[in-house]
Design a protein around this ligand. Structure first.
Ligand code: ADP
Ligand code: MG
Length: 256
């Protein structure tokens, strides 16, 4: 599954981490992949550039396999794996310019470790680059977080067009399986209005759970923790737990 939206600050990284941690808490084997050169997921896991040896950048350049880049996040009773990124990933776009089949690198790398996990969640960069195309080619399902604010719907047509293109040419199985309303402020009537529009637009693909604005969700990354470690009783933990259950349920239905 990939969490995509070319808009920054909509809750992609937060969702990958806390949905992933939620699934791990339910006993699932989970891998998170940071595909954003800004490496928000990596730093939210408490890792800085200096801690890293092998990253997804080495994988994209064909210099390492994904299994060599795996790090483990232990959170007491649950744990999950993640693949870190670093700022040099930014250079991958230019470096891959003349590489044949450059859109398929991540997909092929995932094949090696796919059988070891129940869920692989990919955090996409906030731009439409060759990295994002790699994410769209590697994924089977897409989750799109959107903020319930006035301009939220505007960028979505561009995103839909890119998804459609990848679907036609490179990954016919790709599907948008969930729209997540994130950073939703229930006290703001504007949020409710936009939410109504999103509901009209996406119908059933919209998750029932809205992730509300929660300070704990914004604080947890600076401690290198997921929300269940940092503040298990917070609103944020409750919302992501509800979202996790929806995802597990959705998966069960799909398999039938
Ligand atoms: N529900 C929420 N409530 C409050 N802050 C949030 C929430 N979700 C995310 N944030 C914060 O908003 C910022 C952007 O979120 P992030 O997940 O990094 O977005 P993206 O990956 O799409 O750029 C981060 O500082 C994050 O901690
Ligand atoms: Mg991010």
């Amino acid at each position: 599954m990939a969490v995509v939206n070319q808009k920054g600050g909509v809750g992609k990284t937060t969702s990958v981490i806390n949905l992933g941690a939620g699934l791990a808490r339910h006993g699932k084997r989970v891998l998170l992949i940071d595909m954003d050169p800004q490496a928000g997921l990596t730093s939210s896991m408490g890792k800085s550039e200096d801690d890293l040896s092998v990253t997804v950048y080495d994988v994209m350049r064909g210099q390492a396999g994904l299994s060599e880049a795996i790090l483990r996040h232990e959170a007491g009773e649950w744990a999950y794996d993640f693949i870190p990124a670093s700022i040099d990933l930014e250079g991958a776009e230019l470096e891959l310019k003349d590489v044949l089949g450059r859109e398929l690198i991540l997909k092929e790398a995932i094949e090696e470790i796919r059988a070891n996990y129940d869920y692989i969640l990919i955090d996409a960069p906030p731009r439409m680059t060759v990295l994002t195309v790699n994410v769209l080619v590697a994924a089977q399902e897409l989750f799109i977080p959107i903020q319930t604010e006035y301009l939220a719907l505007k960028g979505l047509s561009l995103l839909s067009a890119s998804i459609e293109m990848v679907k036609q040419r490179l990954n016919p199985k790709l599907e948008i399986t969930g729209i997540m309303a994130t950073i939703h402020d229930v006290r703001r009537s504007l949020d409710l209005e936009v939410l109504k529009k999103i509901e009209e637009h996406f119908g059933k693909t919209l998750f029932k759970t809205y992730v509300r604005t929660s300070v704990a969700l914004a604080e947890a990354p600076s401690w290198g923790k997921d929300i269940y470690e940092y503040s298990p009783k917070s609103q944020g933990a409750k919302d992501y737990e509800a979202l996790t259950l929806e995802v597990i349920l959705q998966e069960r239905k799909r398999r039938k």
